[in-house]
Design a protein around this ligand. Sequence first.
Ligand SMILES: Cc1cc2nc3c(=O)[nH]c(=O)nc-3n(C[C@H](O)[C@H](O)[C@H](O)COP(=O)(O)OP(=O)(O)OC[C@H]3O[C@@H](n4cnc5c(N)ncnc54)[C@H](O)[C@@H]3O)c2cc1C
Length: 480
Amino acid sequence: MKTIHTEVAVIGAGTAGMTGYRAAKAGGKRTVLIESNVYGTTCARVGCMPSKLLISAAEAAHMLQAAPGFGVHPGQVRIDGKAVMARVRSERDRFVGFVVDSVDGYPAEDKIHGHARFLGPTRLQIDDHTVIEAERFVIATGSTPIVPDEWRAAGPRVITSDDVFYWDELPASVAVAGTGVIGLELGQALSRLGVRVTIFGRGERVAQLGDPEVLKVARKAMADALDVRFQTRVVEVAQEGEELVITSEDIAGMRRTERFSYLLSAIGRRPNVHKLGLENTGLERDHHGIPRYDKQTMQCGGSSIFIAGDADNERPQLPEAADQGRIAGDNAARFPAVQPGLRRTPLTIAFTEPQIATLGASYEELCVSHAGRFAIGKVSFENQGRSRVMLQNKGMLRVYAEFRSGRFLGAEMIGPRAEHVGHLLSWAVQAGLTVDAMLDMPFYHPVVEEGVRTALRDLAHHLANEPAHDRPCVDCTPAP
Ligand SMILES: Cc1cc2nc3c(=O)[nH]c(=O)nc-3n(C[C@H](O)[C@H](O)[C@H](O)COP(=O)(O)OP(=O)(O)OC[C@H]3O[C@@H](n4cnc5c(N)ncnc54)[C@H](O)[C@@H]3O)c2cc1C
């Protein structure tokens, strides 16, 4: 067994690990980057990029299907599944190529291949070939899709999002378990590409939404567009020939058995912290096994171990992985003189249609932090001018602000152009704008942002009419 001495060891060469590695090197430290799998990152290989490529193909198909609504009749639409998947894979490989080129640019002696496991707070073992003695560490091990054992036992037709992007052809049918961002994005895209899709949700969750009014609108929008069955669990899965026989059970106990080509398990992702030997580090961990860490410095307790990206399960998204990796790597280099890094306003986008965006403080967070002290404004996109023009007049935006200060706090929406509205509003939160200041900004015509203005005006009205708080708020709701 070889032994290597270094100052910083970064575990995982995904987005967080790569930014962590670069930040530690920029801090002047001898740094190694350890990766157990292929280079290329989850985002580029099986995450953000291929999923958006598949969604773009689905949008092209949908535009043709929606065209008759404008009096435009495109003729018979034919979807060439092989061509769709060929483009997804070749463009994906292009993006992966850029990442691999970056890693190729790192010095060979900095890169170690194999699975890392802590032997102690300053020692790692890599497979059975190397021991690394380091002063500081960055855990950037990402996450893995969850597949229950009883589903996995049904064989290779039970798949995860990772598998979809290696298909050569579109299948006839897919059952999707999970109504989170990944389940809805992939389920809707496949459905629009002509695959028979049923999406099962144990509860009534829709992507990352938590605001009950927006959720209600979102459930309807999704159910109008897709065969999505809320409060329905997959209870049995068995392979029969080239198909899976899937039994589901709804909340009333009604069972239904159907056949699908695949079951896509999109019930969540588990941070990769369980085969890391963390029990040998002395770190305090939460009930998921994740080390407790400071969200501003990414430092685990007072130790010289830092954590970043999906591994910490805080905000499992690419921009967060990059930011957290940078902070963790920078502080690993600075240790023990760590300092807070830039954590941005939360922003999450689901590329469903209608799109879904949440930003700033969520409704559920505000019910705890600002119970009775925040006002809500809203707009429905049903009669919003530009949304109707585009035949995309579905959805709702709810915006939140603090009584007295008028400070804008956050928003949740499903609706047209949510990816852009989400950015606009998250910038306002981060800039600390008040609702009045936001209303002083320019709004062109006719644009979806006029809908945002309607919601803000409604919010301003509620802010100006703060109810008397003669009773303590007991039920965790905003003020009436
Ligand atoms: C289908 C899908 C769609 C997505 N869409 C979006 C999107 O549109 N926008 C967005 O912002 N985010 C999206 N995400 C999320 C985003 O991809 C992740 O948040 C991000 O890639 C996480 O980066 P990371 O560096 O934490 O993990 P990863 O990129 O997964 O890197 C972790 C690395 O650590 C390695 N590793 C693990 N354990 C060890 C070990 N013990 N030793 C050595 N190496 C180890 C792994 O092999 C892996 O290479 C999507 C994710 C998925 C799955």
